[in-house]
Design a protein around this ligand. Structure first.
Ligand code: SAM
Length: 280
């Protein structure tokens, strides 16, 4: 009997020509395709002339579906997992399925292709030697803020996904945590007609979004430059630190940094970073 095998197949994030030749071969060959949203994926598959039995696998039924997939694999069947777009498991379902199928002793094989985070990073111009993928932040405001606070001192490039209806408030929260001057890249609608890769400080990103409602539409990868330690010559002297400590007793970091920067005639970022390092 042939060996059952599960393929994890990446699909396009916009431009359908980004499907790989191997992905098409595998999707044509397998006995069944598991997909996050079968209606959505049927459209993609029919575009490529593929018509296969399908199984829906989403957040709420993954464990149960894993058992059904394992039964099919035990019969020697081959299956593929796809998501609505891009690489499955990357801010998409599939983790439980892959875990269970591997534990049951079956081969899980990747058919790599597009991932929005990697596509965004590749054109960001930000350092890519080390990056940290954060995906979607939790939706609860307090939890989001805390997560951003913890990330504010990370030195690697940060990569987020965000939905269009939250993009402006997300940008505001980024400013609260990282300061207005942190370098960022907002990559929107990658591989689609309105693809836009916008570079600038966070304050410029916010002005750009607020200045044109069209720029708030579509899908976003948001990338933030990692925290940079101040240069030795730029360290705050004792008086500056004392003033900051005093101001921080009554004022939020942004305001305290504004005042101290004016008094000492130095960059606000220097004071802001100090305030964040104190909180961390
Ligand atoms: N699995 C996908 C991947 O490999 O990138 C990600 C799926 S996640 C549910 C969807 C999010 O990915 C979107 O909200 C957006 O943040 C990002 N994304 C997907 N397609 C994109 C595109 N064409 N341009 C920019 N971001 C995109």
């Amino acid at each position: 009997m042939p060996q059952g095998e599960l393929y994890i197949v990446a699909t396009p994030i916009g431009n359908l020509q980004d499907i790989t030749l191997r992905a098409l071969d595998v999707l044509k060959e397998v006995d069944c395709i598991a997909a996050e949203d079968t209606r959505h994926s049927r459209k993609l598959l029919s575009h490529f002339g593929i018509d296969k039995p399908m199984l829906s696998v989403h957040e709420h039924n993954e464990v149960q579906r894993a058992k059904e997939v394992i039964v099919q694999l035990s019969e020697g069947k081959k299956l593929a997992l796809i998501s609505d777009a891009g690489t499955p498991l990357i801010s998409d379902p599939g983790y439980q399925l892959v875990k269970e199928v591997r534990a049951a002793g079956y081969v899980v094989s990747p058919i790599p292709g597009v991932c929005a985070a990697i596509a965004g990073l590749s054109v960001s111009g930000l350092p890519t030697d080390r990056f940290r993928f954060e995906g979607f932040l939790p939706q609860k405001l307090g939890v989001r803020r805390e997560r951003l606070r913890l990330l504010s001192q990370q030195t690697s490039t940060l990569v987020f996904y965000e939905a269009p209806h939250r993009i402006v408030s997300f940008c505001t929260q980024l400013i609260e945590s990282f300061g207005e001057e942190r370098e960022a890249v907002f990559a929107r609608e990658l591989t689609k007609n309105f693809e836009t890769v916008h570079h600038g400080h966070l304050s410029e990103q916010l002005a750009w979004l607020e200045g044109d409602a069209n720029q708030q539409r579509g899908e976003f990868v948001v990338m933030i430059e990692g925290f940079k330690q101040p240069e030795a010559g730029e360290l705050l002297d004792v008086e500056a630190i004392q003033l900051m400590d005093l101001l921080l007793q009554d004022l939020p970091p942004n305001r305290a940094a504004q005042i101290a920067a004016k008094i000492f005639g130095k960059k606000k970022k220097l004071f802001y970073d100090y305030a964040l390092s104190k909180k961390a």
